[in-house]
Write a new protein. Sequence first.
Length: 206
Amino acid sequence: MHVLAEDLADPAASDRIFAATEALGLSIDVLINNAGFGGHGKFVERSLGAEQAMMQVNMVTLTNLTHHYLRGMVARRRGRILNVSSTASFMPGPLQAVYYATKAYVTSFTQAVAEEVGEYGVTATALCSGAVATGFVAAGDLQGVAVWKNAKSAASAALCGYEAMERGDLVVFNEGKLRVMLDWILPLMPRRAVLKLSRQAMEKGA
């Protein structure tokens, strides 16, 4: 086992990680992009630096690592990628505007890549989980937000994502009811209504 400690908010981190695995002679056939963080509050009131770091970790570093390792997978004609996205990717997110937008990118990007590399025996899966009990809440100042009261365990979400990746699924939800809501109900709702519901879900003490 090899452990590399990196700050994924550093734009050069993905290059260092790739260089390290190359130097070790490792052939990476499974890539799981799990790092990510959010942040509660109105966009105009939040630190721009914090939002930029969030975009770097949630989108840019994920994209860079995918590009680095995908080339080897395609050349070997085998490989699996699991990008941890969120149910947040299916709607705008007032009070977490940048976080929701980054996850929309991850889900879209993953599906597009999956279509491009499927002919080479490589798969890409987006795990769109709901609330999961991790350090995400404390890191993102999300204490008191109602949706986290019934958060699922990290182990159950991880198992859901792993099994979906092994099957080569495109998008997977860790709760069946979420899929019905996001795939069938939400697209039919007026956008203003979606925004109102989304904001209410992120209000503290709701």
